[in-house]
Design a protein around this ligand. Sequence first.
Ligand code: SAH
Length: 215
Amino acid sequence: MISSAEQKMQFLFSLRSCGVTNKRVLTAMENIDRRNYISDTFADNAYEDTPLPIGCGQTISQPSIVAIMTEALDVQARDKVLEIGTGSGYQAAILSQLARRVYTVDRHSQLTMAARKVFENQDIPNITAFTADGSKGLPDQEPFDRIIVTAASEDTPSTLLAQLRPGGIMVLPVGQSDTMQTLVKIKKTDQGLEHQELRTVRFVPLIEGLGKTYG
Ligand code: SAH
């Protein structure tokens, strides 16, 4: 049995070995303990590079994908960031280390409530979690410097693009398939939208409307 300190070292090593080199991103991921965002059932798997169930039929993403998406988002210290798909709150917590303020939205109230509790316990003051249909963005708080979507849609939601500030960046998985999508980085410039395809990923789908309540 290896110790949790060794597991954490291996965890950070695996992030570096998947090509993530940005120091601010690696430090943020070092500061946020993934163990706090998963249930006791999966405690032994906390530092493995794998998605894990978090209830409501959803999963916390694979840490290497969280790192790759965070690096691609290129968050600046004064940024206001919108995340669609709070899930466990892990990705939002990492963004909170890099940005001025993070708004995060999930369609399952159980997930947003649980995430709020963790943010409070971990003394993270700059995240606001809402239960809402994120495919509509967050009209009350727009525009955003950065938008990250952690659920897959068939096309880039134009409503979200409209809520992105000029010069802003959006990172999201896009694809027709349930099992495989392309991670896309979009930059909004004065000349139009710049698209960059980063890699293949596998995310749960972005579903319109609020989620049902799980007992
Ligand atoms: N970022 C999360 C993992 C996201 S899993 C983490 O760090 O743990 C994808 C999440 O997107 C799920 O929790 C799912 O409920 C949510 N989701 C799917 N469609 C949505 C929608 N239209 N609006 C808001 N959240 C949505």
